[in-house]
Design a protein around this ligand. Structure first.
Ligand code: IMP
Ligand code: MG
Length: 169
């Protein structure tokens, strides 16, 4: 296990993302949709730096295939409960890899007639991207490694690490 991004650097980056979000969504009806489980740590830190009124909901997706990659066949395991028609939705996700998951989710939420749907992803792993995904707010670009920590898991372990790290083969 190797540390890739230390917790202080994560905190700084999140402050700057939150400042930008607070500027961009001023006067709008912001709903943050956290993607379970990986996005929960990021969401928890991000919301406390956003200086606007906002609502929060969660969605959980399932993707068929091996445990460390996604297959492109995505299913909603737990839907959001809040109505989002006419609202400005910002999805908060841990990492975009192939892109299948966010490609599906952004369309799924747009179909609920949200006024706008944008994506805030802590990590972007572009090396293996299969479908184009627009990341409106991006924390860090990461290399083609298996990332754990700060919410991200390997077989449900390591979510509690304060740093973002990667597993060595
Ligand atoms: P994709 O963009 O459809 O490939 O799927 C992204 C999802 O796969 C993320 O939400 C994570 O749950 C998971 N994932 C992708 N890469 C990693 C990684 O390096 N570490 C942990 N989870 C990952
Ligand atoms: Mg995820």
């Amino acid at each position: 296990m190797k540390s890739l991004i230390k917790k202080d650097k994560i905190r700084q980056r999140i402050s700057s993302l939150a400042r930008k979000i607070s500027r961009d969504y001023k006067g709008k009806e912001l709903v943050l949709v956290g993607v379970l489980k990986g996005g929960f740590v990021f969401l928890a830190d991000l919301i406390r730096q956003i200086t606007l009124p906002l609502e929060i909901d969660f969605i959980q997706l399932a993707s068929y295939g091996a445990s460390t990659t996604s297959s492109g066949v995505i299913k909603v395991k737990k839907d959001i409960d809040l109505p989002i028609a006419g609202k400005d939705v910002l999805v908060v996700e841990d990492i975009v890899d192939y892109g299948y998951t966010m490609d599906y989710l952004l369309q799924f939420l747009a179909d609920k007639k949200a006024r706008s749907v944008k994506l805030c992803a802590l990590l972007d792993k572009p090396a293996r991207r299969k479908v184009k995904v627009r990341i409106d707010y991006r924390g860090f670009k990461v290399p083609d490694k298996f990332i754990v920590g700060y919410g991200l898991d390997c077989d449900e372990k390591f979510r509690n690490l304060p740093d973002i790290a990667y597993l060595e083969k």
